[in-house]
Design a protein around this ligand. Structure first.
Ligand SMILES: [Ca+2]
Ligand SMILES: [Ca+2]
Ligand SMILES: [Ca+2]
Length: 239
């Protein structure tokens, strides 16, 4: 029983469900971060710096809800059509943090200024020896990471917190390198994600081009308190 589920159940006066929903609230400020199932989600606040050109490997765009994954084979879900920004990646393309323990992925959100919130409801990373897959039943060879493996998680995001417009990253995702230990360098990596409360331009995932990413911020007791409070906030935010 996590603190979130305990607190939510106590206030609502109901018995906890077998599969509960939990929220990681990254709307609290530009240094917010937290871990879900061993991966770290961290606000990436670049202010007004950056070129405005985001090195995307997948673009996902649809109003209200959207989902998709990177592939050179087509558009299985709500992906973009640009081959430059929607394509296969291999394990050898992934970018290591300076300590060598994490792969860094970056997320660029594109939302209207008057509707800045967006929820990241799913992240799953698959590996497969086959390129350019377009399966919609998720019949990949290996599931290496699933945000929702232990609980139905949502990451709450707000583009006014990150102060980042189109082409500027809003969040970093750090995934343990150890999860990919049995994959060869040429193995294809498919990053699936889904969002709700979305509109405006495409959400884009990319890999840092140039420079070694700093390590994730070390989680401390304050993070656990933040996460414990976020479940109730998420309940209020639903609409
Ligand atoms: Ca952005
Ligand atoms: Ca979820
Ligand atoms: Ca959008």
């Amino acid at each position: 029983m996590t603190p979130i589920k305990t607190a939510a159940a106590a206030i609502l006066g109901i018995a906890p469900l077998a599969v509960a929903s939990s929220a990681l609230d990254l709307t609290t400020g530009p240094t917010a971060f937290g871990q879900i199932n061993g991966a770290q989600y961290e606000i990436f606040n670049t202010g007004n710096s950056g070129t405005g050109i985001f090195p995307a490997f997948v673009q996902i765009q649809q109003d209200v809800t959207e989902q998709g994954y990177n592939t050179s084979g087509g558009q299985p879900f709500n992906e973009g059509s640009s081959a430059q920004h929607n394509h296969d990646i291999q394990k050898s393309d992934l970018v290591l943090t300076s300590d060598g323990n994490w792969y860094e992925f970056t997320l660029d959100l594109n939302e209207m200024q008057n509707e800045p919130t967006i929820d990241l409801t799913s992240v799953r990373i698959y590996t497969d020896s086959r390129p350019s897959l377009t399966v919609t039943d998720f019949s990949f060879q290996n599931l290496r990471y699933d945000m929702d493996a232990l609980d139905d998680w949502t990451v709450l995001l707000d583009t006014t917190v990150t102060n980042a417009g189109s082409g500027k990253p809003d969040m970093k995702l750090f995934v343990p390198v150890s999860l990919f230990a049995s994959d060869s360098a040429s193995t294809y990596v498919y990053l699936y994600s889904a969002f709700t409360l979305c509109g405006d331009g495409a959400e884009e995932w990319g890999l840092r081009s140039g420079g070694v990413p700093p390590n994730p911020t070390v989680p401390g007791p304050a993070t656990l308190a933040l996460m414990a409070g976020s479940g109730l906030l998420a309940l209020k935010r639903r609409r």
